[in-house]
Design a protein around this ligand. Structure first.
Ligand code: PSU
Ligand code: MN
Length: 307
């Protein structure tokens, strides 16, 4: 049984949940390990702002001093963005982090875990983890967590640093429904197209909310992944992307970068190689996804209050 005293839900988030108002969970690995300082703090604040502008309450998730925090104060955001020794915590790290009182940023996997236990139903992020390329079967803990958490997860698909067809197949096998938000193809994070089909296209927050409610009524445990393409003016040129990516991947191999280090390594390498284009795309899509998630969460909230 989950001991709820481990949860530290902010007053604002707590009140919103109690009153059935819209709440959007945000992850923190992208802040602590995905973006360079001080852009990371700026982005974290902008994402919260984007959620607020659409009438929802942001709930950034992190582990601070071994407590599972849902909804952070500005000093807490700052600590996450600038302090040394903030860990990247995925599911396997939760027990150790709680036992030892760690500060940790939560990945998609742990954000799902914590946010769903706090009662949050909608979560916005940039890209989900997936099946990595290469010989070793390196599968992100994000995937099994998506398969067992009934959350609506707004993202821009998975990065093309991953094996996208294998990631897509994994989701299908484990019953995770992929919604294309205004698109028929799964976006590939920095680029709008992957050549892979989604399961269904939805064009409005209400349509997404309807599918989410049907999932709940069925008692299905998996997430609904809502894939939103990067805003067109920030899309990274496909040729530049491919070139930089193969360089980043061989550099990672040469330096023996693997495990939890791999995603952050590839991200910073790509940013350097593309003159910051991947960074600008990353921030634009994060903000856009936060807005879409806020709109969806409002719809989920409105409809459940009506009933
Ligand atoms: N995708 C991004 N930026 C990120 C991540 C993914 O565009 O920072 C982070 C997310 O927090 C995701 C994690 O949950 O990387 C996946 O890491 P791994 O492959 O080690 O599970
Ligand atoms: Mn991994």
């Amino acid at each position: 049984m989950f001991d709820r005293s481990l949860l530290n839900v902010s007053e604002e988030v707590e009140a919103a949940l109690r009153e059935g108002r819209a709440v959007v969970a945000l992850e923190s690995t992208v802040i602590a390990h995905g973006l360079p300082r001080p852009l990371n703090l700026e982005t974290a604040r902008r994402l919260e702002q984007a959620v607020r502008e659409r009438g929802a309450v942001p709930a950034t998730v992190a582990v601070l001093g071994g407590r599972l925090c849902v909804g952070l104060s500005d000093p807490q955001l700052e600590r996450l963005a600038f302090a040394e020794g903030v860990r990247k915590m995925s599911r396997r790290d939760l027990a150790v982090g709680v036992a030892r009182g760690w500060d940790g940023a939560t990945t998609v996997a742990t954000t799902l875990w914590v946010a769903s236990r706090a009662g949050v139903k909608v979560f916005a992020t940039g890209g989900i983890g997936g099946v990595h390329r290469g010989q070793l079967p390196d599968v992100s803990a994000d995937l099994p967590e998506l398969a067992r958490t009934p959350m609506t997860v707004v993202c821009s698909g998975a990065k093309s640093v991953l094996d996208l067809p294998a990631t897509r197949e994994w989701l299908e096998t484990h019953g995770v429904c992929l919604v294309g938000y205004g698109v028929d193809e799964l976006p590939a994070f920095y680029t709008r197209r992957s050549g892979l089909a989604v399961d269904v296209r939805c064009d409005t927050p209400r349509e997404v909310a309807e599918v989410a409610r049907a999932r709940d009524a069925l008692g299905l445990e998996g997430a609904l992944v809502v894939a939103v393409a990067v805003p067109i003016e920030f899309e990274v040129d496909a040729g530049l992307m491919e070139e930089s990516l193969s360089e980043a991947l061989s550099e990672a191999e040469r330096r023996n970068v693997s495990g939890r280090e791999l995603t952050p390594f590839l991200l910073s390498h790509l940013a350097a190689r593309t003159g910051g284009a991947t960074l600008r795309a990353n921030i634009a899509l994060l903000e856009n996804n936060a807005r879409v998630a806020a709109e969806i969460s409002a719809e989920v909230g409105v409809r459940s209050a009506e009933r």
